[in-house]
Write a protein that binds this ligand. Structure first.
Ligand SMILES: Nc1nc2c(ncn2[C@@H]2O[C@H](COP(=O)(O)OP(=O)(O)OP(=O)(O)O)[C@@H](O)[C@H]2O)c(=O)[nH]1
Ligand SMILES: [Mg+2]
Length: 318
């Protein structure tokens, strides 16, 4: 999903200015031929002007559906994020309106063209062009709010995590348990690690080649608030729901959060119906027997065993 490639949208005023400039240049480029009378020369210039005006607007607006995501094929992760920020119906309507404007302007151009051909004086030809520009201005101004709205969408889309369509492992768990540290150890991704909770404020992504296949890792922020999720918690929730093929649930036996709570969050994650690997962090600072018990009782894995466990899921998928 290359949301960052969506071109900036002009305002109605900019769209019109650019088209008029192009029309003016085009008209100026038509030079008088020997046989031309003032009337035939004016006709030629105005004909070319209105064609250029339409073309300029069409070029800017017709590519919109190519750049803006098609809701029918958009990954559910992004569709739900978008639906959370904007009305999808409104999105469809506004996009369609902007996209259909060139067709409306082409119809105006064609009707004005007849008037240009029929005009009997250079003044009448220029009058026809003036009326054309008036009607085009109206059509463009009518989509001014659509363009502004779509520009807001474009800016928002750029802030969404740039996920790839790959086998995906989501790393989840309580705050401060070592999720980002694990991501970094596995993939070398650069991301902020701190000794305090809620360090991760956006989805951190990392990639690792596992068994000749590129695997995507998503480090989610500690998802604690399930009632009123903030933007990042929502992204994490949607990644777990729609993107994850496997969840690595990070347990921390050192301090902080009671184990019962850590179990409860893991159980809540089972709602997604994804395989969950139990991983125990901070192996280096917890007593050996605690680690051994975790391994036995929870079918828990150390970092060493983790990659081969993920590898097994990747292999099954192939
Ligand atoms: N000794 C030791 N410390 C660790 C290990 N993993 C993480 N830590 C420490 O635990 C703290 C939290 O690590 P993070 O990786 O930021 O934890 P997180 O789960 O991503 O935290 P949030 O993003 O806030 O949810 C940091 O001080 C890390 O250095 C580990 O395996 N061993
Ligand atoms: Mg983190």
């Amino acid at each position: 999903m290359a949301f960052e490639d969506i071109p900036h949208l002009p305002t109605a005023k900019q769209l019109l200015q650019s088209a008029l400039t192009r029309g003016r240049k085009k008209a100026a480029s038509i030079s008088k031929r020997k046989m031309d009378t003032p009337l035939t020369l004016t006709r030629k210039k105005e004909r070319e002007r209105i064609i250029a005006i339409h073309q300029d607007i069409a070029e800017r607006l017709k590519s919109l559906p190519k750049h803006f995501p098609d809701l029918d094929t958009l990954n559910e992760f992004y569709r739900e994020l978008l639906a959370n920020d904007f009305s999808l119906d409104e999105y469809r309507q506004r996009l369609a309106r902007a996209q259909n404007t060139p067709r409306a302007i082409a119809a105006i151009r064609d009707s004005v063209r007849g008037k240009i051909e029929a005009a009997q004086s250079p003044e009448d030809v220029k009058d026809a062009t003036k009326r054309f520009i008036g009607r085009v201005s109206g059509a463009v101004e009518r989509i001014d709010s659509d363009l502004k709205w779509l520009e807001d969408v474009r800016r928002k889309l750029r802030t969404y995590p740039k996920l790839k369509e790959l086998f995906t492992v989501c790393i989840a768990g309580f705050p401060n348990v070592g999720k980002t540290t694990l991501l970094k150890a596995l993939t070398g991704a650069s991301a902020e690690i701190n000794e305090y909770a809620f360090t991760t404020k956006s989805l951190n992504l990392g990639y690792k080649q596992i068994n000749a296949r590129k695997v995507q890792f998503i480090d989610t922020p500690g998802t604690l608030n399930r009632e009123h999720m903030n933007e990042i918690e929502k992204q994490a929730h949607l990644a777990l729901k729609y993107v994850a093929d496997v969840i690595v649930y990070v347990y921390d036996h050192t301090e902080s959060y009671p184990l019962a709570d850590q179990h409860a969050l893991r159980e809540a994650l089972e709602e997604h119906g994804k395989p969950i690997i139990h991983y125990l962090s901070k192996e280096d600072i917890i007593p050996e027997d605690v680690f051994a018990d975790f391994k036995k009782e929870m079918n828990g894995l150390s970092r060493e065993d983790l990659v081969s466990a993920i590898n097994e899921f990747v292999r099954q998928r192939n």
